[in-house]
Structure formats: structure tokens, C-alpha cells
Design a protein around this ligand. Structure first.
Ligand code: CNA
Length: 240
């Protein structure tokens, strides 16, 4: 076994309060593309950036185009948790990890059985009418032709997902802040750490071990105790 994996396992075994902070790279092994990998969404559409399409102003002015992109490129209802989601849920059950903080919107940590999941950017399974607040399922969104409309008042239904230009949910932010600032070990994995303010949370880690797992270089590596530049699936398959 690789020396870095042995070191990682030692840290896991000795930690008293571990927190995981993840991004889209956690779900690529489940078949959901991330944003910034070479086969991520940013490389697929050269004419208009996904950052623009999934912004609040674009949603308000072009809801049809937003939903066309969102339902085709960001919704994968058949995706299943992979070894990373599963291992994290097991660690929580065993009392090794106190929280999973995610930028992902795919619900896969909860599907794997994790309980304390802090979703900084929302969840595709919750959707609300912007006018009367009625809640709708993901199935309702997918069955709608074009822009989903509220069956009660006719208002536009919006996913409970934080779009660019929108603030994060304050309660989720507070929970993430608390967990990260009280952790002794923070695992940062599958995130380019360039989306703010989420990325800022890592600055509030004051513990001993900052572990970064990513298949490409990220700038926060310089602060890390341990850097594993490798496919996350391969790493987590070797951990217990
Ligand atoms: P990102 O900017 O696309 O970064 C992903 C990072 O993970 C990159 O540095 C990749 O190199 C790395 N990576 C990808 N696959 C692997 C792998 N198998 N092993 C190791 N490293 C890998 O995504 P971020 O999460 O940093 O950006 C934040 C955005 C992306 C959030 O707002 C998310 O909502 C949004 N997003 C979420 C999903 C999802 O819910 N699954 C999918 C796509 C985008």
C-alpha cells in the first residue's frame, strides 16, 4: 500500500473529530460530471459558460434556457453513491466523522446514509414555487415541459439550489463553520476550492491535519499536512 494512504489511515484512526469538505469531484465516480475537469461541464459548452447559465440573473431572464441546461447537464436521477459516499457514511456510523460539508446538490451523501450532511449549495430534490412557496419534487420538475409552473398559483418553480449571485443559506453556513472550526482533521476532497464563499470555510480550520485529495493540483495544497493527488475512488477503496 502507498505510504500516503498508510499515513492517511493513521490520521483517520487517531482523529477525534474529523470533518469532510467535498465538491463535485466526489460524485464523478457516480457518473455526474464536475465543472472544472477536462471532461467537466466548463469544457463542454464554449459559447456560454455554465457559471452564467446557472446564475440568478440568467434564471430570472431566461428560465427556459436555464431549465434546458439544468435538467440535461446537472440532474442525474439514476446516479448512485460511490465508494467515497459509502465510506463516509460508515465512518459517521462508527463515530469517526462528525459532519460532511458538501458543495454538491446531488443528495448522494444522504442516499449513502450520512446523517449530518451540510449542503452549502442546496439540493436538486427540493423545489419551491417562487410565488406561493408550494414545494415540488424533482419528478415534477423533470415531467414539466419547459419551465415548471406551480399547480396552485401558476408561479415559476425554482430549485432549492444556490445559484451564482445568490447568498448561501445562513443556517447551513453556521453549521459548516461550527463543524470545521472545531475539527481536529479536515479532509478537503474533489473540489477546486475556487467557488466563494464556500471555499472560505477552509480558512476557519484550526486543527492539526488538513488533508487534500484531488486528481489535479489546487492552490490550498500549500497549507496541507498531507496531499494525495490521485483519483478519490482509488484512495477510498484502500481506506477503512
Ligand atoms: P469543480 O470546480 O468542478 O472541481 C472539482 C475538482 O475535483 C477538480 O479540481 C477536479 O480535478 C477534481 N476531481 C474530479 N473528479 C475527481 C476524482 N475522481 N478524484 C479526485 N479529484 C477529482 O467543483 P467544485 O465542487 O469545487 O465547485 C463548486 C460547484 C460545482 C458547486 O457549486 C457545485 O454545486 C457544483 N457542481 C456540483 C455537482 C454535483 O452536485 N455533483 C456537479 C457539478 C457541479
Amino acid at each position: 500500500m502507498d505510504e500516503k494512504i498508510i499515513e492517511f489511515q493513521n490520521i483517520i484512526d487517531k482523529s477525534k473529530r474529523m470533518v469532510f469538505f467535498g465538491g463535485a469531484g466526489v460524485s464523478t465516480a457516480s457518473g455526474i460530471p464536475d465543472f472544472r475537469s477536462s471532461d467537466g461541464l466548463y469544457m463542454q459548452n464554449k459559447s456560454i459558460s455554465p457559471e452564467k447559465i446557472i446564475s440568478h440573473s440568467f434564471f430570472m431572464s431566461n428560465p427556459e434556457k436555464f431549465y434546458e441546461f439544468y435538467t440535461k447537464k446537472m440532474i442525474f436521477p439514476k446516479a448512485k453513491p460511490n465508494i467515497v459516499h459509502i465510506r463516509l457514511a460508515e465512518w459517521e456510523e462508527q463515530g469517526k466523522i462528525s459532519a460532511v460539508v458538501t458543495q454538491n446538490i446531488d443528495n448522494l451523501h444522504t442516499a449513502a446514509g450520512s446523517k449530518n450532511v451540510i449542503e452549502l449549495h442546496g439540493n436538486i430534490y427540493r423545489n419551491f414555487c417562487m410565488n406561493c412557496g408550494a414545494e415540488y419534487s424533482l419528478d415534477y420538475i423533470l415531467a414539466s415541459d419547459g419551465v415548471p409552473k406551480c399547480a396552485i398559483c401558476g408561479g415559476t418553480v425554482k430549485p432549492d439550489v444556490v445559484l451564482y449571485e445568490e447568498p448561501l443559506n445562513e443556517a447551513e453556513w453556521e453549521k459548516a463553520f461550527y463543524e470545521i472550526s472545531n475539527a481536529d482533521t479536515l479532509i478537503v476532497a474533489g473540489t477546486s476550492l475556487v467557488v466563494y464563499p464556500a471555499a472560505e470555510l477552509v480558512d476557519h480550520f484550526y486543527g492539526k491535519n488538513l488533508i487534500i485529495i484531488n486528481n489535479s493540483e489546487i492552490s490550498a495544497e500549500r497549507y496541507a499536512t498531507l496531499v494525495i493527488r490521485e483519483d478519490m475512488k482509488k484512495v477510498f477503496e484502500q481506506l477503512k
